[in-house]
Design a protein around this ligand. Structure first.
Ligand SMILES: O=C(O)CCC(=O)C(=O)O
Length: 235
């Protein structure tokens, strides 16, 4: 489904993973158990807070991820993540060189309002977001200072369920913010994977300090072609 608003272009494909034969539950378990999840401390208004979720930065060599003076270690692509990257690249015609994973342990974990608009990101490339596990609501709101002709468009939300793909195409990050609020009644985990294109992998850094208060992390990315390894995530 296409969602178009002034300055925003999204594509939401329900059960995208399942439609490609990926067993989402198996994939979720593999990623949950197999990745070196971190809960970094970020500085917000001079005070340090643990991010209200776990994160993992997977990237090509040189794609550095930095926030609040800390640099998140680069985790190499696992076979499963490489398969997902190849699938997305084939579908979207984009080379992704990095991937931010967010792990929301339950409905209390969240992500603050932000836009993925760091200068290190290739602003001409889309960000591809895959969801696994619990359904959560991703909210969008227009940036206050964007050049809206009259009234800014109203905020809205997209419900992201297990296996869904959300493509955020340019110029969405330029004019809109997004965030994932807490949802009290959710008691199960959700993973979100955002595939990104970093413009200059060797010098790329990311700053997420202000979006961190309510939750946050986020970054940039890009990729390369190669053999698609097989793995045990087929349905
Ligand atoms: O969890 C989500 O769906 C949103 C993740 C996000 O906004 C980000 O990684 O920048």
């Amino acid at each position: 489904m296409r969602i178009q608003k002034p300055g925003l272009e999204l594509r939401h494909a329900s059960a995208w993973l399942q439609d490609r034969g990926v067993a989402s539950r198996v994939l979720q378990s593999e990623l949950t158990a197999g990745l070196p999840w971190e809960q970094p401390l970020v500085r917000v208004y001079g005070r340090q807070h643990p991010t209200p979720r776990l994160t993992c930065w997977v990237a090509d060599p040189g794609c550095r991820y930095r926030y609040s003076g800390l640099e998140q270690a680069i985790t190499p692509w696992t076979p499963a993540l490489e398969v997902l990257r190849q699938l997305l690249q084939a579908e979207l015609g984009v080379r992704f060189n990095s991937l931010l994973l967010n792990r929301y342990r339950d409905g209390a974990d969240r992500m603050g309002w932000h836009a993925d608009d760091e200068p290190e990101l290739d602003a001409a490339a889309p960000i591809a977001s895959l969801s696994l596990g619990a359904t959560r609501s991703l909210r969008f709101r227009p940036k206050p200072r964007a050049p809206w002709p009259e009234q800014p468009p109203p905020p809205f939300a997209v419900e992201l369920a297990d296996g869904d793909l959300l493509v955020m195409a340019p110029p969405t990050q330029q004019h809109w913010q997004h965030g994932l609020p807490a949802r009290a009644r959710v008691g199960t985990e959700r993973l979100n994977l955002t595939f990104r294109c970093l413009r200059q992998p060797s010098t790329a850094m990311q700053s997420i300090s202000t979006r961190a208060a309510l939750g946050s992390a986020a970054t940039s990315t890009q990729a390369r072609a190669g053999d698609t390894p097989s793995l045990n995530i087929s349905a």
